[in-house]
Design a protein around this ligand. Structure first.
Ligand code: ZN
Ligand code: ZN
Length: 244
């Protein structure tokens, strides 16, 4: 008879990693699905906190009541509203990198905890949206990377809040350069006209929530919001794991 023990062990360690996905420290204590990194590493991750910019949720150091942040004042965002659930500090940058480029997909359990806590704490009206749209990768990128981190996040949010993911709604028609390698001005030109709605999809009157891992300048999210609105969407807002 085939010995299934190693297989079972393999499966359990896939679900509950025995080592921290960041520093590889052995994980002790109660095993739960979201315990994928050690306490020390988790302490470095900080949730986004009030006071928020009323438009983009960037943390405001010197808030004037209900006045948008300097970024939103300089360039009015094309999204209705955006929520970023964690600060993009050094530790967050590292876990996002592992999630995106190092196949550490198990980190999604931690991200789910962070995003769901924020959504509940600040009453983000997830259920008022008709659907979620993940920021798409260009087909060439998708082949190279095998998975889309934003899609993973959107599927998670969809399961928890029972809002459908609108798959293949939007495609990345232009193979853009990685935003991280560009300065602020270049980021806006890089994503200009980069996305297309799959025809003959109609978004008339719909409220759509764009899901991504990170918002820095907001250029990508704004370009997608604009594309969705040009196709008739009434509301295009965004929810990202981290905000810089
Ligand atoms: Zn660790
Ligand atoms: Zn703002």
């Amino acid at each position: 008879m085939m010995n299934i023990k190693p297989l079972l062990f393999g499966l359990t360690s896939l679900i509950f990693p025995s080592n921290c996905l960041v520093c590889k420290e052995v994980l002790s204590g109660v095993k739960s699905v979201d315990a994928v990194i050690c306490e020390t590493c988790e302490q470095g991750l900080k949730p986004n906190t009030q006071p928020f910019c009323p438009k983009c949720s960037r943390h405001l150091k010197n808030p004037t009541l209900d006045v948008p942040c300097s970024e939103c004042q300089r360039r009015e965002p094309s999204f209705n509203q955006a929520w970023g659930t964690s600060f993009y500090n050094r530790e967050m940058k590292n876990v996002i990198h592992l999630f995106k480029y190092r196949n550490k997909i198990g980190l999604r359990h931690l991200f789910q905890k962070q995003m769901v806590t924020f959504i509940n704490d600040y009453r983000v009206p997830i259920k008022t949206f008709d659907g979620l749209v993940a920021v798409p990768l260009h087909p060439s990128k998708m082949r190279e990377r095998q998975y889309n981190q934003s899609e993973i996040l959107s599927e998670m949010i969809s399961r928890v809040f029972n809002v459908p993911v609108l798959k293949n709604t939007i495609i990345r028609a232009k193979a853009t350069k990685p935003q991280a390698l560009l300065n602020e001005k270049e980021r806006w030109t890089n994503v200009k006209d980069a996305f297309r709605i799959r025809q003959p999809l109609k978004l008339e009157g719909q409220s759509i929530l764009i899901i991504d891992d990170l918002m820095t300048t907001g250029a990508t999210v704004c370009e997608i919001a604009l594309t969705l609105k040009n196709s008739g969407a009434k509301d295009a807002s965004a929810l990202t794991l981290a905000i810089a």
